[in-house]
Design a protein around this ligand. Structure first.
Ligand SMILES: O=c1ccn([C@@H]2O[C@H](COP(=O)(O)OP(=O)(O)O[C@H]3OC[C@@H](O)[C@H](O)[C@H]3O)[C@@H](O)[C@H]2O)c(=O)[nH]1
Length: 438
């Protein structure tokens, strides 16, 4: 397993590794040294899954010590790609030494070049939605409309949102754009795997298979059925002090760093809901702590009912706590699945292109969430945020009841006996057939 150096990618690769280890597979998991600490509690089969730390070389343009996307603002991702590509010698050596049957990768488009001469099969595992893959199939100049044959009219970008995909024509590594990286990685593999399910994205998955002439294997959502580690005492005790379903939890994923002004608008929105809240964010641009960025008098005013935290929390375990009633997030693909599995009301504030598409899937197709209204710059007012939250938390709200009902049906399906395991069984069978195919 060789995932992109970002928590939102490393985590689902590890969840899938657990499922394959359960079936008896032995897995070498390649990752930056620093990420081991963050991930090891998710490794449920340490006898079968071995972490191989990679030394991430320093690249000019990156702060010293950068190893994962969580260490840097999104606009520096290009340099992290350069660093990942420069681990190629280390990766190649491990592959030669281990001689696995398969290598699974996402951003490392050069894996097929390394593996094919050794007779090793490769699977490109996408941990973003099929919609996000499908929409960037065409080169950037044509991005103002979805590609020909794109099979959805609701899971699309609208007007100015198209700008969120301009990055695809930008350099993403030395001498390669994001688009070239994504396409080369797709064209070179033996099969494409997607962390999705037919119930949600069948047409989009089929579309991708047709475009690339490759088999598409779906893994399903691949989430642990239950959380294994107890919630940190600090949060368990704080949350225990509130009524069931009353607290609003907000987490913006592992990467997003807000402007200070945006962060202030966000927390003021939480304050004006009048509800208890736990907001987890990275310190904004230009601040070294979250506390120094908060609006004046804010901490005093929300004391006892609101916390804004600048560190890492156990998101899965927090979502499981009975006091949490609403989850405000950016709809990164990891958080999208985790929110669907939870029984919280869902409020979405997407930021990146794929997050906007995931949001459309959740808010418009499945109708399990509400999307906060945003302006041309992609940002929102405290009133819009506060109204969206109050709208889904109010017991008498029609929208609130509608999304609660729809969400509960999807949760029931996703959590139903055999749903996730049958995807894994099928995926494993697909792998075995691919291995037999000379
Ligand atoms: O404090 C935290 C923050 C996050 N997390 C976990 O980190 C993961 C974050 O994944 P998300 O997909 O939600 O967000 P990321 O910012 O990492 O997403 C990135 O990769 C996936 C893409 O879909 C997103 O667009 C991209 O931003 C989740 O599994 C979440 O549970 C924590 O456990 N604790």
């Amino acid at each position: 397993m060789f995932p992109w150096f970002a928590v939102g990618h490393l985590t689902p690769f590890l969840h899938l590794s657990n499922k394959l280890a359960e079936k008896g597979c032995t897995i070498s998991f390649l990752l930056p040294n620093k990420a081991i600490k963050l991930l090891q509690h998710f490794n449920l089969y340490p006898d079968h899954i071995t972490f191989h730390p990679l030394k991430v070389p320093h690249v000019e343009g990156l702060p010293p010590g950068t190893e994962t996307a969580s260490d840097i603002p999104i606009y520096l991702t290009h340099f992290l790609c350069v660093a990942m590509d420069r681990t190629r010698d280390q990766v190649e050596k491990i592959i030669r030494d281990q001689k696995p049957d398969f290598v699974m990768y996402d951003m490392a488009y050069w894996i097929p070049e390394v593996a094919r001469p050794l007779g090793i099969k490769t699977i490109k595992y996408s941990v973003v939605s099929a919609a996000a893959i499908a929409i960037v199939l065409v080169p950037a100049p044509e991005l103002s409309a979805p590609p020909t044959g794109y099979p959805s009219t609701s899971v699309v970008l609208r007007g100015h949102e198209v700008r969120s995909l301009l990055f695809v024509s930008q350099p993403y590594g030395e001498g390669i754009t994001f688009y070239e990286r994504a396409c080369t990685g797709m064209k070179g593999c033996d099969a494409i795997a997607i962390r999705s399910c037919y119930e949600m994205e069948e047409k989009l998955c089929d579309y991708i298979g047709r475009q690339y002439g490759k088999p598409v294997f779906l893994t399903g959502p691949v989430l642990p059925e239950s959380t294994r580690t107890p919630l940190e005492d600090r949060w368990a005790q704080w949350l225990n002090g509130f009524e069931a379903g009353s607290v609003v939890f907000c987490s913006f994923g592992s990467q997003l760093i807000l402007e200070k002004e945006q962060l202030q608008e966000l927390v003021l929105g939480f304050e004006s809901t009048g509800l208890p809240f736990l907001v987890v964010l990275k310190p904004p641009v230009g601040s070294s702590t979250i506390e120094e960025a908060l609006p004046e008098g804010f901490e005093e005013r929300v004391k006892g009912r609101g916390v804004v935290w600048g560190g890492w929390v156990q998101q899965l375990e927090i979502l499981d706590h009975p006091s949490i009633g609403c989850f405000v997030n950016t709809c990164g693909f990891g958080s999208m699945w985790e929110s669907l599995m939870s029984d919280c009301q869902i409020v979405l504030v997407p930021h990146l292109g794929d997050q906007i598409l995931n949001t459309r899937l959740m808010a418009e197709e499945l109708k399990v969430a509400v999307e906060v209204e945003r302006d041309e710059k992609g940002w929102f007012t405290k009133e819009n945020l506060s109204n969206a939250i109050k709208g889904v938390m109010d017991k008498d709200s029609e929208v609130g009841s509608m999304i609660k009902k729809n969400h509960s049906e999807w949760r029931k399906l996703l959590r139903s006996e055999g749903f996730m395991s049958s995807y894994i069984d099928k995926f494993f069978q697909n792998m075995q057939e691919l291995a037999d195919h000379k």
